[in-house]
Every structure is written in structure tokens, then in C-alpha cells.
Design a protein around this ligand. Structure first.
Ligand code: MSP
Length: 690
């Protein structure tokens, strides 16, 4: 049997859980459930990081012992995960005796092997910040640069792990495992980091400064510091507590460590070198996801008062709506923007309108026309066969994309099946068929096909919205048991439908008008050419309306859907190359963070890309995106991490050149891709893309 062991970071016990923590945990939960239903044996680990100065201080402030403090505080995470229907197999706490013993065992092993040594360290020490600063880091008054309090020259012995001696081994490993860090641009980041000499890692703090930690077995005056304790949780949990899966295979190594991009270096440099020194196999993948930003691009912080509390959303709109939103809205790897309006829009359009609607229609029609018992199908027409074809395609893609952790794409793909049923119902209009006794057979077929497609959609959505999926399946007289149900044709006809109720009631709230999803532009320094590819926000969009520009004969005014809820207006000089009907519904590539500008009186909110066909006549060919790309999907240059959101000007774009090579679009040697597939343009090699 294939195995899947997934971990989340262990969260600092002192922090109040927020949307960022819940995203990683929900992602792990959904991936585990998906792997379960496609036939893997799974192990899912989360927990809390409970040692350190902050805990020691917080406990002192509350007049309790650190242990009492963490015993009380860790519940905030454990309780939230229970509320969110998270099915972790184990919750590790770094204060558990088994974990502490395991960490000490590892430290002793490395000490005995000569992988840890002690060294006197001298430097400017800030009591307030509890850390050393180099001479250059001090402020103009030679004080600590953060609190601006005086620093003192301190000499201190500490213990160091010989991390630097593993630099070449780690580089060799990365070079032979290019998919070890996902997405690929994070691999590049770490590979780049390793071009500088790798220092040894300080792993201790003297007990007089920090007592709340795991004592070093070879020097009881010291405790081990943060990462050496925390990272080992992934192995201690699968060694000291749960050793094997049901069939006896060992749980370690992890398939995926899910982390936020903030802790990439610790997981991709400290952790593998520690494991190499300990002769423990490395995890199979590190997956770094992006950040949840708020209000169009701000970081969440307590001081800014903009922290999104998952509890508020779940209590008001339900657990599954919140889980769905997290899974659908963030493209794994990239930052996502949380707005209340975006949440309401997404839930109303996908869950209330699309999914809720189709389920209610089928349920009501079977109830009123067949006494609540699903009829058997008769002859299938093209429309019915198309639904079955889509169902089979969706199923195949889901099976392929789940192990690649393309979660938002998986969810969107399942929703295409849901939408195809709504379309099918519109075409067949069963409410009209029901009025004509001679059409009863056709009506039976329409309802059977729709019910079966809804069943399959709900079954595939089970990992994302487990509770609502089960309720929805019960409504159509079905339930989900295992992967054998993930095929077409499980409903046979004759199933007795359950009671009907709205699965996802529409959120009837006044919400502010849609705002573009990309983050608020920031005032930044001018961009260097090398930074432009990372700063361009390129999105797939679909042309929804084409009109002539009232004042410019060469321009069309297009309304395009870039997955933002509201259409954008783009003025584009495509008239010499395309008829209006050739553009309708066509998918294009949109430059979404270009400063809007007025073209003969009409504001153009971005630009679309086309390649030069005949520069003399301004004839061009639109750039094409992969067939399965959806409005809103982001195009990225291969291996380049998108940078912080900002608005660009045309003159920024002019610092680089996009050209066609072998039918694909490149910026120098960087290929442009959507979901790992090339963006193409059918023009000659070397032709410019503008
Ligand atoms: N305790 C360490 C991790 C040790 S793992 C061996 C730690 N804890 S943390 O509480 O600060 O949370 C870390 C994780 O929370 C991040 O890596 C990320 O997974 C998640 N997030 C915290 N804020 C986030 C956002 N705003 N957005 C998305 N996730 C972020 O670091």
C-alpha cells in the first residue's frame, strides 16, 4: 500500500490561532483525506512548540509555572482543530516526556560523534532582545537597533552543530532532487542561499538566561534552543509514539512537511543537515505555501488589529464554508488576499449558487415526480454523454493532481462538474419535461444523470467539506464509503432520497463592491530589470464582452473575467488581427498589476499579451494559456518566486523583453507557465510579445 505522512509546523503555543495557522492545518487535513480516498494509508501530525523565552515570560507574568501555562494554552489549538473537523492522527507537544527524551538521545548521539562542539562567543548583547548584535547592526548611539536600549559586551560559551560541514552534501542532494522543495522557485531560493558559506548552527542557551527548554544531556547548565527541539518533533512523533502504519511499514520519512514560506530555511537547510548527521532518511518533500494577507496586501499583526480569527467565520458561516474558502482561494505556493467581501462572494457563487442549487433542483424534481425514489436512466443523448465525459475527466485529473498538491485546482476542477450539471439542467429543462407525460422516460434519464454527477462531485468534495458532503449525499439516498465510489455509475436507480434542506444558504449581506483581488499597490523603489519578472502579476482571463471603442477605430473595449468576481475593462488594439466573434469567450493572458490608464477616454485596467505576426501592419496573435487554465490562475516564470504585490508601469515592463521561442513565451531563458504548463504563442521564433 502507498503511504502518505504529512505534517504541519508545530505552532508556538503562546500565539492565538489565526487564519494562517488554520490554513496549513486544513491543507494537511484535506490532503490526508484525499490520499485516504484514493487508496493510501496515511498519518497526519500537528502539534505545539512549547519551549522558549516567550513562554517563560508569559508564565511569569501570569504567576504560573511554564508547564501550567502551556497545559492551558495548547488547548486553543487542539480545540480549534476539533471544531474544524481536523482528523490528525497525533497531536505532539514538545513538552511531552517522550519527545524530550528523544531530543536528548539525538543530542547525545551527535555529541558522541563529534558533530557538536562548544565555543566561546563574544559580542554585544541586548538584555531586552535577548540576543547578540554585531557592531554593524547597532544603531547610531551604539544601542540595540530594535529597542534602542544600551547593550553590553558579553562573553558566553555555547554549543554549535557542525552544519557547515554538510553544505556540499546538501547541495548534491538538492541537485539530484529538484522536486524536493515545492514550488520550484523555493528550491531555487535555497540553492541560491547555499552559494554562500554555510555557518555552523548555535543550538544552545545557558540555563541562567533560558531555563524553559530541554537540558543538554552532556551539559546540564544549558538547554537546547528552538529549532533543534522543534524540528525533531517530526521524527519523535513517528518514532517514540507511532512507529508504523497498520500494515507494519515505518511511518518516517514524511511525504510532505507543509510549512509557510517564513520557515523555509530552517526546514530545507537546518533540518536535512541535522538528519544527515543523525543518519536518518530525509523527508520526501518540503512544501512552502504563501501568506494570507489582508485588506489588499497587508500582513496580519496584532498591533494593526487586522488578524482574521477563524472562529468568527466558522461560527457565522459554518465550518465547511470556511474550509472550502481556504482550499479554493489560495493557490499553493502563492500569497492570497483575505477580504470579507471575497469570502462572501466565493461562498455564494460556488456553494450556494452552483452546488446548493443543483442539489436542490435534483432533490425537488425527484421528490415531486418520482415520489422521492431515483428513477433508472433510459437512452442517453449527447448532452447526457457530455456530463459523463466531464465526470470521467474530472475524476482522472483529481487523481493526478492530488499527489501533486494542486489543491485549489482540484477543487475548481470538481466545481466544473457541478457547473456542467447546472448547464445540463438548463438545456434539458426537466421542469418542462415533467409537464408532458410522454417525456417521463427522458425526465428519468435527466434526473438520474444529474443525481449521479452530483453524487460523484459531493464524494470528491468530501475531503474539503466533509460534513456538508455527507449531508448532501444523504439527501440523494447515497453515502460515501471508499475509493470504489469515485467512479461513474454507483447510483443504480431505486435509491430512496432523504430529507431536503439548503446545504449552503446564501449569505444575504450587503457587501462592498468587488475589488480586484490583487493586493493594494505599494509605493516602492524603482524596479531593476532583473526584478520585473517576479513583480509582474500575470493572470488568465476570459473575454466576456467585445465592443468597439467609441473614439478609436483600432481599439476594442473588452470586458474580461480574471476570476475576481467583477469584470475588468481592457482597451486593446486587436482590431487589425481579430474579428469580435473570434474573441468572444477566448482565454487570454492579462497583465493584472499594470497601472490603469485612460485610452481615448476609457480606463483600461491592465493589458493583454500578443505576439508580433507582421510588425509593419500591427498584426498580432494572442498568447494562449493551457487549455485547462481557469480565470484567475496565475502565470509565473519558471523558477521565479512572485514578489510582494505592487503596481507596475509600462516603463517597468519595457525594461525586459518577452519573446517567442519554439512556440513558447520566454523572458530571456525563463519560460512562462500556468500551473506548470507552458504559455504559448503561435508566432515566429524571436518575435516580440507585447
Ligand atoms: N514553531 C515554529 C515552527 C516549528 S516547526 C518545526 C513556528 N510557529 S508559528 O506559530 O509561528 O507558525 C508557523 C506557521 O504558521 C507558518 O509557517 C505558517 O505555516 C503559518 N502561518 C502563520 N502566519 C501565516 C499567514 N499569515 N499566512 C499563512 N500561514 C502563516 O514558526
Amino acid at each position: 500500500m502507498k503511504n502518505f505522512y504529512v505534517t504541519t509546523p508545530i505552532y508556538y503555543v503562546n500565539d492565538a490561532p489565526h487564519i494562517g495557522h488554520s490554513y496549513t492545518t486544513v491543507l494537511a487535513d484535506i490532503l490526508t483525506r484525499f490520499h485516504k480516498i484514493i487508496g493510501y494509508q496515511t498519518f497526519f501530525l500537528t502539534g505545539t512548540d512549547e519551549h522558549g523565552q516567550k513562554v517563560q515570560r508569559a508564565a511569569a507574568k501570569r504567576n504560573v509555572t511554564p508547564q501550567e501555562h502551556v497545559d492551558e494554552y495548547y488547548h486553543r489549538f487542539e480545540d480549534l482543530w476539533k471544531k474544524m473537523n481536523i482528523q490528525n492522527d497525533f497531536f505532539i507537544r514538545t513538552t511531552m516526556p517522550e519527545h524530550k527524551a528523544y531530543v536528548q538521545e539525538c543530542l547525545q548521539k551527535l555529541w558522541d560523534k563529534g558533530e557538536i562542539y562548544s565555543k566561546e562567543y563574544e559580542g554585544w548583547y541586548s538584555v531586552g532582545e535577548e540576543r547578540f548584535f554585531s557592531e554593524d547592526e547597532l544603531d547610531e548611539n551604539k544601542c540595540d537597533p530594535i529597542s534602542h536600549r544600551p547593550v553590553e559586551w558579553l562573553k558566553e560559551k555555547n554549543y554549535f552543530f557542525k552544519m557547515g560541514s554538510y553544505q556540499q552534501k546538501l547541495i548534491d542532494f538538492l541537485e539530484s532532487h529538484k522536486d524536493w522543495i515545492v514550488p520550484d522557485y523555493r528550491w531555487n531560493e535555497i540553492r541560491g542561499f547555499l552559494r554562500q558559506p554555510l555557518n555552523d548552527l548555535c543550538i544552545s542557551r545557558p540555563k541562567i538566561r533560558l531555563s524553559w527548554g530541554i537540558p543538554l544531556p552532556f551539559d546540564p547548565d544549558y538547554v537546547t534552543y528552538v529549532w533543534f527541539d522543534a524540528l525533531l518533533n517530526y521524527v519523535s512523533a513517528s518514532t517514540a509514539f507511532h512507529k508504523t502504519y497498520a500494515d507494519g511499514t515505518p511511518i518516517w520519512p514524511a511525504s510532505y512537511h507543509l510549512i509557510g514560506k517564513d520557515i523555509l530555511t530552517t526546514h530545507s537547510v537546518y533540518w536535512p543537515t541535522m538528519l544527515m548527521a543523525l543518519d536518518i532518511p530525509l523527508p520526501q518533500h518540503i512544501l512552502a505555501h504563501g501568506w494570507w494577507l489582508v485588506n489588499g496586501g497587508e500582513k496580519m499583526s496584532k498591533s494593526a488589529g487586522n488578524v482574521v480569527n477563524p472562529m468568527d467565520y466558522m461560527e457565522k458561516y459554518g465550518i465547511d464554508a470556511f474550509r472550502y474558502f481556504l482550499a479554493r482561494e489560495m493557490v499553493v505556493g502563492q500569497d492570497a488576499n483575505f477580504t470579507h467581501e471575497g469570502f462572501v462572494r466565493r461562498i455564494n457563487s460556488d456553494l450556494a449558487n452552483d452546488l446548493g442549487n443543483v442539489l436542490n433542483r435534483v432533490h425537488r424534481l425527484v421528490l415531486t415526480n418520482f415520489g422521492g425514489v431515483l428513477p433508472t436512466p433510459n437512452a442517453l443523448d449527447d448532452a447526457a454523454n457530455e456530463v459523463i465525459t466531464i465526470a470521467n475527466r474530472v475524476r482522472t485529473n483529481v487523481m493526478e493532481w492530488v499527489p501533486q498538491v494542486k489543491l485549489s485546482q482540484v477543487v475548481e476542477e470538481i466545481m466544473t462538474l457541478v457547473r456542467s450539471v447546472n448547464r445540463y439542467l438548463e438545456i434539458k429543462a426537466p421542469w418542462k419535461l415533467a409537464k408532458d407525460e410522454s417525456k417521463k422516460d427522458e425526465l428519468a434519464t435527466v434526473l438520474y444523470i444529474s443525481a449521479e454527477a452530483v453524487r460523484l462531485s459531493l464524494s470528491m468534495l468530501w475531503p474539503v467539506i466533509p460534513g456538508k458532503s455527507e449531508e448532501g449525499l444523504a439527501m440523494i439516498g447515497s453515502k460515501f464509503t471508499d475509493q470504489n465510489d469515485l467512479v461513474w455509475g454507483i447510483l443504480k436507480g431505486g435509491e430512496k432520497f432523504g430529507e431536503g434542506k439548503p446545504l449552503f444558504p446564501r449569505i444575504e449581506e450587503e457587501v462592498k463592491k468587488a475589488e480586484p483581488q490583487q493586493a493594494k499597490p505599494k509605493q516602492n523603489k524603482p524596479l531593476m530589470a532583473a526584478d520585473v519578472p517576479a513583480a509582474m502579476d500575470l493572470r488568465v482571463a476570459q473575454i466576456k464582452e467585445v465592443a468597439d471603442h467609441p473614439d478609436a477605430s483600432s481599439l476594442y473595449v473588452l470586458k474580461v473575467d480574471a476570476g475576481e468576481g467583477e469584470l475588468r475593462t481592457i482597451c486593446s488594439g486587436l482590431k487589425s488581427s481579430y474579428q469580435a466573434n473570434e474573441l468572444q469567450d477566448r482565454k487570454i493572458l492579462l497583465f493584472a498589476n499594470l497601472k490603469p490608464s485612460a485610452l481615448r477616454g476609457i480606463m483600461s485596467q491592465g493589458m493583454l499579451f500578443a505576439g508580433d505576426l507582421e510588425p509593419e501592419t500591427h498584426k498580432c496573435r494572442l498568447v494562449s494559456v493551457p487549455e485547462d487554465a481557469k480565470p484567475g490562475d496565475r502565470a509565473l516564470f519558471k523558477g521565479v518566486a512572485p514578489s510582494e504585490p505592487r503596481e507596475l508601469k509600462v516603463k517597468d515592463f519595457e525594461k525586459i523583453a518577452l519573446t517567442a521561442k519554439g512556440g513558447a513565451v520566454f523572458c530571456d531563458t525563463l519560460a512562462l507557465e500556468v500551473n506548470g504548463k507552458p504559455v504559448t504563442c503561435d508566432v515566429a521564433d524571436g518575435a516580440g510579445i507585447h
